[in-house]
Design a protein around this ligand. Structure first.
Ligand SMILES: Nc1ncnc2c1ncn2[C@@H]1O[C@H](COP(=O)(O)OP(=O)(O)O)[C@@H](O)[C@H]1O
Ligand SMILES: [Mg+2]
Length: 232
């Protein structure tokens, strides 16, 4: 079974110090994500979905517990190792695209490859290929700031996938879009999943969106409860 498992979290705890005392957001959470899965965590605003994604992606560290990728633990990594882990294994899409507005779509998508040390030429080619995958081939030379919200989010998706991550994380990726753009992103993710054998983990409070996933958990009182295994 081990070969099927990409990501394991054990006993995850995250507590924040607040003016009202300690706030425990995650409390002994366990999770296992298998290769090829399209999984979602649902729950109301404030349940701790973003906090969970940050810990799983290695963007933040837990108060206690472990996160492991292919047998490698994140908690024993130095800051440099963790940064490398994020660049090589993680793709992340946020509610806002967070592109650099004064750079072109191609430059934005190429950036993670340049960080990794790829040549400018190769990074540009790969960026263009991924812009094509998300339906933005004609927009490669446009400034990111001049793209529509939906186009920016598709460029952000290309940027997240250009490095071939082990896991794609998406935190409310359609939360800021109109219904048509949101549907398009959703269809795109589902289709890229099939064509590129992605493994992804979504945070959403949109049950319709979660319904497209093959595994759904509900975040409740700091832990995950199975919300059922739905068919795709
Ligand atoms: N850095 C922080 N300091 C204090 N409280 C935080 C911090 N980050 C998140 N929280 C709190 O943790 C809870 C969960 O937040 P979050 O993970 O953003 O929930 P969700 O993504 O499900 O809406 C919220 O009550 C939020 O206010
Ligand atoms: Mg959130």
């Amino acid at each position: 079974m081990r070969g099927d498992t990409v990501l394991v979290a054990r006993g995850l705890r995250k507590a924040f110090a607040t003016s009202a005392g300690e706030l425990v957001v995650l409390d002994g959470l366990d999770l296992e994500l298998k290769r090829g899965e399209m999984a979602a965590v649902v729950g109301p605003s404030g349940a701790g979905k973003s906090t969970l994604l940050y810990l799983l992606a290695g963007l933040d560290r837990p108060t206690a517990g472990e996160v492991e990728y292919d047998g490698e633990r994140l908690d024993t990594m130095s800051a440099d190792e963790l940064a490398r882990h994020r660049n090589q294994r993680i793709g992340f899409v946020w509610q806002l695209a967070n592109l650099l507005p004064e750079f072109t779509a191609r430059e934005n998508v190429a950036l993670p490859l340049l960080v990794r040390g790829e040549s400018r030429e190769r990074a540009g080619q790969e960026a263009e290929r991924w812009l094509g995958e998300v339906g933005l081939a004609e927009r490669a030379d446009h400034l990111a700031g001049e793209l529509s919200g939906g186009e920016q989010q598709r460029a952000a998706l290309a940027r997240a996938l250009v490095t071939g991550p082990a896991v794609l994380f998406a935190d409310e990726p359609t939360g800021n879009l109109d219904a048509a753009s949101s549907d398009r992103i959703l269809e795109l993710l589902v289709s890229l999943h099939r064509t590129h054998a992605l493994t992804s983990f979504w945070a959403t409070h949109n049950l319709e969106l979660a319904g497209r996933c093959n595994r759904v958990w509900r975040l409740e009182r700091g832990r995950l409860a199975t919300a059922g295994r739905l068919t795709t």
